[in-house]
Design a protein around this ligand. Structure first.
Ligand SMILES: NC(=O)c1ccc[n+]([C@@H]2O[C@H](COP(=O)([O-])OP(=O)(O)OC[C@H]3O[C@@H](n4cnc5c(N)ncnc54)[C@H](OP(=O)(O)O)[C@@H]3O)[C@@H](O)[C@H]2O)c1
Length: 244
């Protein structure tokens, strides 16, 4: 992978990616990690983001997750992407525990309906039991099922501020929101996003499988921090203006 901005360009190797995607020492930090096609598609024709991704994009994705406390996703993403168990390698676990962190990131899924893929191994085989953040409309039988698989956090509403407070209340302050577009848009509209790590994929994929969103009331602008490129993909890091 080549770092092309800021100049001078250089090759990125080993742990460089961890340095390029740092977490602040204190306080809550919410970063988005998403891949987008040239036409704005968030997924390929199969409805999966993997089909517009690449090995370089996945390297960044893994680096961004590596020292996160929580991986926050909407139910739509979990239903589509069928996440695997949330674990860390021995090396990364060591690094995390040395830094006073839990051994692996904790998955946090936002779902009002609790209509979730309970058959996935992500529930039982993750290092830390996943959280399910739900609201007041969840039915009793759905809550009972959810509690068999996850730690259920029943919230008064599913506004982004409420969701993020539920995570920080549990000591989860380094938060990577992996989408999908619906959840991310709400976080942006609430002005709660600190960083956007966006990969531009060199394909037109068609937006038939990409969820339509209303868009925030106002355009939300971020500052460009760096650009990496490999395999024709561009991996950009943006942060909230004035945050660095
Ligand atoms: N390109 C990428 O990097 C990327 C990343 C992630 C996902 N994706 C793709 O995006 C698609 C899924 O995205 P999506 O936008 O449909 O789903 P999403 O944002 O992952 O999840 C939306 C769901 O979250 C729950 N929810 C509850 N409260 C919410 C709130 N306040 N804000 C938002 N969601 C709330 C609802 O679940 P209930 O219905 O259970 O109540 C809602 O249906 C898939 O095709 C996936 O492959 C792409």
């Amino acid at each position: 992978m080549e770092l092309v901005h800021p100049a001078p360009a250089r090759t990125v190797a080993g742990d460089d990616l961890l340095d390029l995607y740092p977490w602040p020492d204190q306080g809550r930090w919410v970063r988005a990690m998403m891949v987008t096609a040239l036409d704005g598609a968030a997924a390929g024709r199969d409805g999966l983001s993997g089909s517009i991704s690449s090995s370089a994009d996945r390297e960044v994705f893994d680096a961004v997750r590596r020292l996160a406390d929580a991986v926050l996703v909407g139910a739509g993403t979990l239903r589509a992407e069928e996440y695997g168990p949330m674990r860390a390698s021995d090396e990364h676990t060591e690094r995390r525990t040395a830094a006073g962190q839990a051994p692996a990131p904790r998955l946090a899924v936002v779902s009002g309906s609790l209509d979730l893929p309970w058959e996935l191994p992500v529930w039982a085989d993750s290092t830390l039991t996943p959280l399910v953040l739900t609201g007041p409309e969840a039915a009793d039988d759905a809550l009972a099922t959810a509690r068999e698989h996850a730690e259920v956090v029943a919230l008064p509403d599913l506004e982004p501020a409420t969701l993020l407070s539920a995570l920080t209340d549990r000591g989860l302050r380094r938060i990577v929101c992996e989408g999908g577009p619906s959840l991310l848009e709400k976080v942006v509209a609430a002005d709660l996003l600190d960083e956007a790590d966006i990969t531009l994929s060199p394909v037109f994929a068609g937006t038939a499988t990409t969820p339509r969103t209303d868009g925030p009331d106002e355009v939300a602008r971020l500052d460009l921090v760096h650009l990496l490129t490999a395999e024709g993909f561009v991996m950009a890091r943006y942060t909230r203006p004035g945050s660095r």
